[in-house]
Design a protein around this ligand. Structure first.
Ligand code: ADP
Ligand code: MG
Ligand code: MG
Length: 892
């Protein structure tokens, strides 16, 4: 037979699935001998069955009777007994804490008769009546209010209005200034509100109150706000909540009673000390509801030293038991302390690191355990500069927080202007409707990027994240023109200052001051010595060192310039996993690329290539130098060439205008013809990657020669270059073999006896490549999974379009919990990776395996790549520490 009800003494903290977090921890505290009011927990399974069938599961009623009888005998009182009532609270409590999302009803068991019994109980051993009557009526009106709202859907505002009216009539401001008579009248008013909305009187039968309250808590699992919260927090929808029935203790019995919350350490910074709030003569939610001003917990020492000391002892016991920061709810009833809740407390990113390191110092946990207490996401948060919000600035609009950080500067509307002003050392924010590869120099020059279109995978977002640059995109309330933008009545012109928050997506007018992150200073190696002993920096150092010791995955970086490579190396990168060469074709070099594309004769083409070659060589040499001794994977040119040409529309207009004026436009016309010829309906599936190399003679050859020459140059300087040439978009081994044959010839020629070794490998980013990896490995010394394209082609999702178009619906329906471009889709795209890794290694056991998509810096994905047995992940410089940490965590 199923067991649906557990006494607190029967449970423990590991039964969260069944008893919910609150119930499991109440049981744990009970078994530790701490002062917990007696009670029992109805399991989440009972809730699941209730929600499925719409009625109590068979057997629950009998078990309830039995446990209630047990509770009554423990307490020596019967539920709602008119002379001496037992009262209980009925509290929700799911496996994962969902603060304030579900319901709790206090004082169940009170009715028109037992209210007098409660007053008598309170009077027991006390002189005077007034306070005790007041207490009883206060408890009763709270029951009607909570029960009405929670169980019977009475609008809570109506009770609050009555309360407000009562205080006004009496000319007082505070609830506690209402006396017994006032509260008795309030009960009458509340009952009227109740029956008006519910259609019958407030139920007087205590057992009926209990049953209805339990059902209401079950149902609160599916309340709108709870559903929404679960979706946001990715808590499964089918867990259900447990229900805790707990004997009431009273913090509203007078000034020697009260209720409070406490943390065993500061959840904001992790510092040890006394943190919490206390409210005298109050019940339950009053503390958090902000009805009256709370006292700092330290003040309790003066009010009730005995309870205070006991509380501190209990907090130490809990920390020693849970080996972690705990938060606590407690109540003092006439000088007697009661524990009502504890759990391992939520904390900020900074506190997570600091506390983990402290607990290691205190010998409570070991370093492995400490690593499990922090996350890459928290580390990433610590690396972004922050706005100082103390001035409480008001945002003018809001977009998608696409790349975190805080940036301010003068608004500019073109990349060129951004570059000009940045050259004068002025901070700028580049504002565009959307960005394209042409904006790159401006994006590099700007402090931050703000667009009115596009989501988290728009060009602006992806590139900004790659650069670790603050970006807010898709601020769609903004009307962006060529020299101003307007939003919500504000007109912002070039030169006006705005501040953007890449975490929240908020946009502010003017300069919001920014604090730099000391964690980044630490990684950069230029930490202000005064900060070296900061607990946070010391904690990051401790945990990063341990992660590096533990991890098996190596971490490389995606870097296209020497500067990026150098920074990534300071951040701990162990090589370059992706150096994109197309960024080297922008700016002034564009003209050379145009010449290459427009070349009519073989001679013109070789001239254009010959002009590009030394430039490329210089780029590579710079990167090889910065990564001296470490591998550098250079990807041969990947994007369709027409991305380097002006747009068809612009050109057509230009040519037409020139003709109209009778001007010569021979070059423009040739260009126009070329653009027309090269136009593709589906450029992402068109002439790009290895296909370019096979179609345009000499292009890949030029790049291979530049790479080999740069490597030889570094070797001559006494360095140790380790170049790896990577061919993009391969789908068949024959493609790779063709490129390889040509490349090997050139390499042999250039390298001679310099001792330089060049590896040749391929990206695995076309599904066919993954499925024929066994063959492809014959011609590849390494694979690098291009998981962006692999996701795009695996799902058939255009990464530039889908996110804003319909991903919201997919997320809503739970088709996926997170965009597959953000975190690897383990089942589908991940399976392709797994197959390719296994079959590639079957052909070539020493095949090097890495990943260079955006996923290389995503914590969840890093764990997956560890499991699949890759050798390294590669990510943008700023994600390198995050990947190191997660790779360490994955190995535990
Ligand atoms: P939540 O999960 O929203 O914190 P709780 O179930 O913890 O809700 O209860 C809400 C408030 O009521 C808390 O402040 C708690 O301390 C108080 N409370 C709950 N049960 C009792 C009880 N048996 N005696 C006194 N106060 C209680
Ligand atoms: Mg609580
Ligand atoms: Mg690709």
């Amino acid at each position: 037979m199923h067991k649906f009800v557990y006494d607190f003494a029967e449970g423990n903290k590991d039964l969260k699935d069944l008893l919910g977090g609150k119930g499991a921890n109440l049981a744990e505290m009970t078994n530790l001998g701490l002062p917990v009011p007696a009670g029992f927990t109805i399991t989440t399974e009972a809730c699941q069955q209730y929600l499925a069938d719409g009625s109590h599961p068979d057997g629950l009623g009998a078990e309830l009777d039995e446990h209630l009888a047990g509770l009554e005998s423990t307490m020596g009182r019967r539920l709602g007994d008119p002379a001496d009532p037992l009262l209980v609270s009925v509290r929700s409590g799911a496996k994962f804490s969902m603060p304030g999302m579900m319901e709790t009803v206090l004082n169940v068991g009170l009715n028109d008769e037992s209210v007098a019994g409660l007053a008598a109980q309170a009077r027991n051993g006390q002189a005077g009546n007034e306070d005790n009557d007041r207490f009883a009526w206060d408890s009763y009106r709270r029951l009607i209010q909570m029960f009405g709202k929670t169980v019977c859907d009475v609008p809570g505002g109506e009770f609050e209005e009555e309360l407000h009216r009562a205080k006004q009539a009496k000319g007082v401001k505070d609830d506690v200034q209402l006396d017994a008579e006032d509260l008795r009248a309030l009960v009458t008013a509340y009952k009227k509100v109740f029956s008006k909305h519910v259609g019958h009187e407030f139920p007087q039968d205590p057992r009926q109150q209990l049953d209805l309250a339990i059902e209401a808590v079950f149902r609160s699992w599916n309340a709108d706000r709870a559903v929404l919260y679960r979706r946001q927090e990715r808590i499964p929808a089918d867990l259900g909540t447990a229900v805790n029935v707990v004997a009431m203790v009273f913090g509203n019995l007078g000034p020697d009673s009260g209720t409070g919350v406490a943390f065993t350490r500061d959840p904001a910074t992790g510092e040890t000390g006394i943190y919490g709030d206390y409210l005298q003569n109050a019940q339950g939610e009053d503390v958090v509801a902000g009805i009256r001003n709370t006292l700092p917990l330290a003040d309790l020492e003066k009010i009730d030293k005995k309870s205070y000391d006991e509380l501190l002892t209990i907090m130490a016991t809990l920390e020693g038991h849970y080996h972690d920061l705990c938060d606590i709810e407690f109540t003092i009833e006439r000088g007697k302390l009661w524990m009502l809740q504890t759990r391992v407390g939520k904390r900020t990113a900074a506190a997570a690191f600091t506390i983990a390191a402290q607990l290691v110092d205190e010998g409570m946990i070991d370093l492995d355990e400490a690593l499990t207490r922090v996350s890459g996401a928290q580390l990433a948060q610590l690396m972004f500069p922050r706005f100082d919000m103390s001035g409480e600035p008001a945002p003018i609009t809001r977009g998608v927080g696409a790349s975190p950080g805080a940036a301010f500067g003068e608004v500019v509307f073109t990349a060129r202007r951004a570059v000009e002003l940045a050259a004068e050392d002025r901070a700028v924010i580049l504002v565009r409707r959307e960005t394209n590869p042409d904006d790159l120099p401006g994006m590099i020059a700007a402090q931050g990027i703000l667009t009115s279109r596009g989501g988290k995978t728009s060009h602006a977002a992806v590139v900004a994240r790659g650069m670790g640059k603050t970006c807010v995109c898709g601020a769609d309330q903004m009307e962006v023109g060529s020299d101003q933008f307007s939003v919500d009545g504000h007109v912002v012109r070039e030169g006006d200052v705005v501040s953007i928050d890449g975490t929240t997506g908020r946009v502010y007018l003017g300069e919001v001051p920014v604090r730099p992150s000391e964690v980044v200073q630490y990684f950069e190696g230029d930490l202000d010595p005064a900060l070296a002993n900061e607990p946070l920096v010391a904690a990051v150092h401790l945990l990063m060192t341990h992660a590096d010791e533990r991890r098996r995955l190596r971490v490389r970086t995606n870097a296209d310039t020497g500067t990026d490579a150098a920074r990534a190396r300071r951040f701990g990168a162990q090589g370059v996993g992706l150096c994109r060469t197309e960024h080297m074709f922008l700016g002034d070099r564009r003209e050379l690329v145009e010449r290459l594309i427009l070349a009519r004769a073989e001679r013109e083409r070789s001239e254009a290539l010959a002009a590009l070659q030394p430039l490329q060589r210089a780029d590579f040499l710079e990167i090889f130098r910065e990564m001296n001794g470490l591998p550098v994977t250079v990807r041969l040119i990947d994007p369709p060439l027409h991305e380097f040409l002006p747009s068809l529309e612009d050109l057509a207009v230009q040519v037409a205008v020139a003709k109209e004026r009778g001007e010569q436009a021979e070059r423009d016309e040739r260009m126009l013809a070329a653009v027309r010829r090269m136009h593709e309906q589906n450029p992402m599936l068109g002439l790009r990657g290895v296909r370019l190399g096979l179609v345009i003679p000499g292009l890949f050859g030029m790049q291979v020669r530049a790479i080999a020459e740069a490597a030889v140059a570094l070797a001559r300087e006494g360095g140790h270059p380790r170049p790896e040439i990577m061919v993009p978009l391969v789908g068949a081994v024959q493609e790779l073999e063709t490129v390889r044959t040509e490349a090997e010839k050139i390499i042999a020629e250039v390298v001679g006896d310099s001792g330089v070794e060049v590896l040749i490998g391929t990206m695995i980013e076309v599904p066919r490549a993954a499925l024929t990896a066994g063959q492809i490995a014959e011609a590849a010394e390494f694979f690098s999974f291009g998981t962006n394209d692999l996701t795009q082609m695996g799902w058939g999702f255009s990464r530039d379009d889908v996110e804003g178009a319909f991903f919201w619906r997919y997320l809503e329906l739970g088709i996926f919990g997170i965009s597959p471009f953000e975190s690897i889709d383990r089942d589908g795209v991940g399976r392709l990776v797994r197959i390719a890794a296994e079959e590639g290694r079957a052909t070539r056991p020493r095949l090097k395996l890495g990943v260079c998509g955006e996923h290389g810096g995503d914590p969840e994905s890093v764990h997956f790549f560890h499991e699949v047995g890759l050798d390294y992940v590669s990510c943008s410089p700023f994600r390198v520490p995050v990947a190191r940490l997660e790779a360490g965590r994955a190995a535990i």
